[in-house]
Every structure is written in C-alpha cells, then in structure tokens.
Design a protein around this ligand. Structure first.
Ligand code: TRP
Length: 477
C-alpha cells in the first residue's frame, strides 16, 4: 500500500508548516473578508456569528479532518482518492461520485470567485491611484477620495458593473495569475505563494484592524457581532451559516481532499485540522472586527449586502484619517487572501485532469482555468448585458439572484452541504474503521468523539439544514 505517496504528479508539501500555510491560505479568502461580514451583516450579527461558530466546531472541524485524511489515504486526485479508500474498505467504487461532486463544486466556485476577485483588483487599482495622487500632492495621510461625495464614491461600483470589458478583463487577469501559480506546481507554485502571501496578509490584517479599533466605532462593532438576537434566525439563515462554514473552511469542493494527498505520512492530521479551523475562524472574526467598526464609525448600514466592502468601506475611508493609504492596504490584503484560495479551487480539478487525461500540469491548469474563465464571463455579463436574468427565478430561495449570486447560492447552499453530507456518511459509516483511525492519529477516546460527530451529528444536522433551508423555498412558502 502506497499510503505515503503523494499527489497525482508525485508532488508533496515540504513540511507540515508548508501544508498548514497552504491550507490556511486556501481557507482564508473572500469567504472570510467579503462573504462572512456580508452574511453576518444581513442576518443581524450576533446570532448568526454564534451559529456559525457552532457549525465550525461541531461540523466543520470533524469534516476538515475527514477530508484531509481521505485525501492522504487515497494519495491522488479527489475522485481517485475516494475510489481507492472505497476499494480498500470493500465498498462500491461508485462512492467516487463524492469526488466528482466536489470537483464540480470547486470548479464552479472558482468561476465566480475569480470575478469577485476582479472587483478586488479594480479597487486595488482605484485606491492605489487615489493614494499615489495624495502622496504626490504632499498628503500621504489624506482621507480616501478627498473632496468627493458619497454618491461619486459608491458610484464607482456601478461604473465597474456597467462595464463588461473591465469586469471581464480583471477577472481574466486574476485567472491568469491563478493558473500561473498552479501550473508552477505544488512545491514551486502553491507552497511558495502561500509562504509569501499569507504572512504578508496577516501583517496587513493586523494593521487595518488596529486602525479600525482606534479610529472606528469598535464598541458598537463588538456589540453587533456578539450580542445574539435569536429572532433574527430562520431556516434560511441557518442554511446560509452552514454553507458559509463549509465555504470558508474550503470543505466539500475538492480543495482539502486534493491538498490532503500531498501530506506526508508523519504529519499528525488531527492537530493540523484544529489549526486550520482555528486560524480560518479567527480570521473571519477579526475581519468582522476590522470592517464593522469602520462601517459604524460613519453610520453606514451593516446589512448592505455584497457591496459592503466595495461601497460602504470606501465611503468610510473617505471620512477617516489616512483613509487613502489604509483603503489601498485593505484591498491588497483581500487580493492576497483571494489568490491563495483560488489556487486551491483550481488545484482540485487540475489534479484530476492531470490524472485522468495524463497530460502535464501546465496544460491541465490552462485548460481548467480557461473553461472556468468562460463561465465567469457569463457571471460578469449578468451585471450589465444580462442584468435582468434570474436563472433560478422559479425557486423562492434564489428568486432575486442574478447569475453570479445564483451560482454562489447553488454551490454554497446545495452542493457544499450535499458534499459534506456524503463525506460524513462515507467516513462515518463506509470507510474501514482501522484505516481511518490510523490516519487520524487520535487516541481511542478522542476517536470515538470525533467519529460520533462525523457519523451522527454531521449527517443529521446537515440533512436537516438542507431540508428546511431549501424545501420551503422550493414550495414557495
Ligand atoms: N475558503 C475560501 C474562502 O473562504 C474559498 C475556497 C477555497 C473554497 N477553496 C475552496 C471554498 C474549496 C470551497 C471549497 O474564500
């Protein structure tokens, strides 16, 4: 048995730290800094945050361990790994469908993720230009967009959305960067990118958070995020919290299954999984504590949806000291986070294509990236040419969604929970128990707790959330 053997192309992480950086890089992304504050804001803050943390501990953490162990036990791409563990456990090879579902989800997420990352690049450019102008006029600590009014500032987002070419061009630039890194290999591409970008990200995150705490309304932000008002919760909010927990931990979309295959045998998976979950959740909370003080400082609405960081924050930076510089730093930070995540989204399908069609990595990465790019183009056109299209208009839960939102909704609210559900059934009930325990490195007692969570709590909770979150919406109630 070649348990130690790593990934499709024989690549592997050079150390445990390298894997943790890559996995935390995959986890920490737009999900933490764009999606989490948006959802927390829309769903009333505290109660949502609490449910989210509960989901991370009870479902997310056990699943992170399940997926990386499944990847390492299989040692190849997401589909092949599940198939191999199924065989070793004398189960039907059809369980590999879990891998197929996950890779499809990851691929679809990549398509729209890159479009949103394109918006981030747009704001890096705009705010960079703004700060440079301030710098050259001798005012490096000027507020952002000095002398402009609120309408002009928020209008930049509408301008961007109205321009298909700009949206598509920026999305293309981001996709090329992603493809470039993945094409360079696990060691020379993914690992190296994480090693530079993640520390830079953390430093910038701390700077902007401290800035927000001193110049913004920190107390109100803390109250908003940690005072639960349970009347704000409903089945759809629960579904959103679960989808967000899975999305943020990079679960159920082939990312961790694939990264797991590159871990060497000596790494303790359980403690590694705890590290990943803690870092990711920590960053989401810190991102909230970075963004909401700034939002409240100028009396903006936390429930302004996906535009929160692109419209509200620039307005806030407009009335804050050194806003131009901080705004610029803020968008660079998000860009770094997005890039280390998108490479994990691309790596899943790419590893499969390498194995399945026996082609070299750069070619595989280019092929997958190109198709994802085209789907992203359709999302980008959903803001202008096809602005009236509501692809899932017949389904209450998605009725208002434009093309990108619909893709985000279907992957986040359906495919990820379904993928997580199947992983928990497979690891909890189907996979050979001894093989699984060996991989986890857990003692008997801890193993029993973990297995109970995977076999019972995960499937039941995820199943219920899926049922109550989606069915009423479908029936139109
Ligand atoms: N976790 C990332 C974020 O929060 C996104 C991401 C990366 C992802 N890889 C994934 C989501 C795999 C689902 C599956 O931004």
């Amino acid at each position: 048995m070649a348990l130690t053997q790593a990934g499709s192309s024989g690549d592997h992480w050079s150390s445990r730290t390298a894997f943790i950086l890559a996995a935390v890089g995959a986890a920490v992304g737009l999900g933490n800094i764009w999606r989490f504050p948006t959802l927390a804001g829309e769903n009333g803050g505290g109660a949502f945050v609490l449910v989210y943390i509960g989901f991370v501990i009870l479902l997310g953490l056990p699943l992170v361990l399940s997926e990386i162990l499944l990847g390492r036990a299989g040692g190849t791409d997401a589909i092949g790994s599940v198939e191999k563990v199924a065989e070793q456990s004398r189960r039907s090879r059809n369980w590999k469908g879990i891998g197929a579902l996950q890779i499809t989800a990851g691929f679809l997420i990549l398509s729209f993720y890159s479009v949103v990352a394109g918006w981030v690049i747009n704001y890096v450019l705009i705010s960079g230009q703004d700060w440079l102008a301030a710098l050259f006029s001798g005012a490096p600590f000027a507020p952002a967009f000095a002398g402009e009014n609120q309408g002009t500032i928020t209008g930049r987002m509408s301008e961007l959305f109205a321009s298909p070419w700009r949206l598509i061009g920026l999305h293309g630039i981001f996709m090329v960067a992603t493809v470039w890194i993945v094409a360079s290999g696990v060691h020379n591409g993914i690992e190296r990118a994480a090693k530079w970008l993640m520390p830079a990200f953390f430093i910038l995150l701390i700077i902007v958070t401290v800035y927000g705490a001193f110049t913004g309304n920190f107390a109100e932000a803390v109250a908003f995020m940690f005072t639960p008002d349970f009347s704000q919760l409903n089945p759809i909010a629960l579904n959103e919290a679960l989808g967000q927990a899975l999305f943020s931990l990079s679960l159920a979309a082939g990312g961790l299954l694939t990264y797991g295959a590159y871990i060497t045998r000596d790494v303790n998976l359980a403690s590694t999984a705890v590290m990943i979950a803690m870092m990711d959740t920590g960053v989401a909370i810190i991102a909230g504590l970075m963004i909401f003080p700034i939002v409240f400082a100028v009396g903006l609405d936390p429930a302004s949806g996906p535009a929160l960081i692109f419209q509200s924050l620039p307005v806030a930076f407009n009335s804050m000291p050194a806003g131009a510089l901080v705004g610029f730093v803020f968008f660079i930070l998000i860009f770094f986070a997005a890039l280390t995540s998108s490479i994990s989204l691309l790596e899943g399908p790419t590893a499969w294509v390498i194995d399945r069609f026996r082609i070299v990595r750069p070619l595989a990465a280019i092929m997958v990236g190109s198709v994802a790019f085209l789907i992203g183009v359709i999302c980008a056109l959903g803001y202008n040419v096809w602005a009236d299209v509501r692809p899932l208009g017949f389904w209450n839960a998605f009725a208002q969604n434009d093309i990108l939102d619909a893709l985000d909704g279907v992957t986040g609210k359906i495919m990820l929970p379904l993928g997580a559900f199947l992983v928990s059934i497979f690891i909890g009930w189907m996979a050979d128990r001894r093989l699984v325990q060996q991989q986890t490195g857990l003692s008997n007692g801890m193993f029993a707790v973990w297995r109970f969570l995977v076999a019972w709590v995960c499937p039941i909770a995820v199943g219920l959330v899926l049922l109550f979150g989606l069915v009423p919406g479908l029936l139109g109630s």
